[in-house]
Design a binder for this molecule. Sequence first.
Ligand code: G
Ligand code: G
Ligand code: MN
Ligand code: NA
Length: 262
Amino acid sequence: HGLTTALPTALERGEFFIEYQPLVHLGDGSVRGAEALVRWLHPQHGVLGPDRFIPLAEHTGLIVPLGRWVLEQSVRQAREWRELHGGVGAVGPLRINVNLSPCQLTHPGLVQDTVDILERTGVEPDALCLEVTESALIGANDDLLKPLRRLAEMGVDIALDDFGTGYSNLANLRRLPVSVLKLDRSFTQSMQQFPADPVDLKIVEGIVSLAHSLDLAVTVEGVETGAQAEQLRLLGCDTAQGWYYARPGPPERLHELALADA
Ligand code: G
Ligand code: G
Ligand code: MN
Ligand code: NA
């Protein structure tokens, strides 16, 4: 497969880049941070999204160095925003969310790599949130959870990504070192009508109430309209992400958006 064999050289040649999508506080509309989303500028095929190459990178093991690169770049970017935003606004420094593949979770270097990157960049651990999919943690044993626990103890936030699609046991949440639930886009889509279907409203209300009772923050993904944002805000969701606010874009764009509402 052509893309697979081109992957390692793509990392060496600097063909990957990162776009940032803002995370917005639903209560006051302020930009609180961003999710880092990797892309590949392929010399022949143009820009490829993660769906085209992350599975290949996982299969070949390149995901470990690629993931480390994404983490370092993103944390460096967060530090740059911090510096640019010194003294601006009341909401504190912008935070950064980075996706972790299941292969990175089982890689023994994860905790040390993360510590090294935070130290090198001088970014405090609570500015970083690592996103792990719900499906990666289903049935997770203690060996898998140990590195996440250590990161959480250091102050790094762990988010459960695509929550609600993985059929995980809700009681299982108590065992996981997570502090954020990222509600899957499908819940947001069910808020398209105003008012939304009463059963859908009840389901989201129940998830939010459970999350808050466990001290977890709730982030909603895929918000495309003001009506969705308003209903999710009324349901008590904390933070939102989606095209309604901004598409994933270059780091300067995030900076502008954050300044605009400061
Ligand atoms: O918006 P986009 O099409 O870029 O994201 C598609 C999927 O790719 C998302 O589910 C996201 O979690 C995943 N993804 C984006 N960037 C990364 C990354 O750096 N590492 C991993 N493992 N997944 C990523
Ligand atoms: O990690 P995760 O799979 O959740 O990454 C977010 C994915 O969702 C990315 O592919 C991103 O481009 C996409 N996305 C972000 N905002 C929206 C949105 O408002 N609507 C839709 N349909 N997709 C979105
Ligand atoms: Mn994500
Ligand atoms: Na997601």
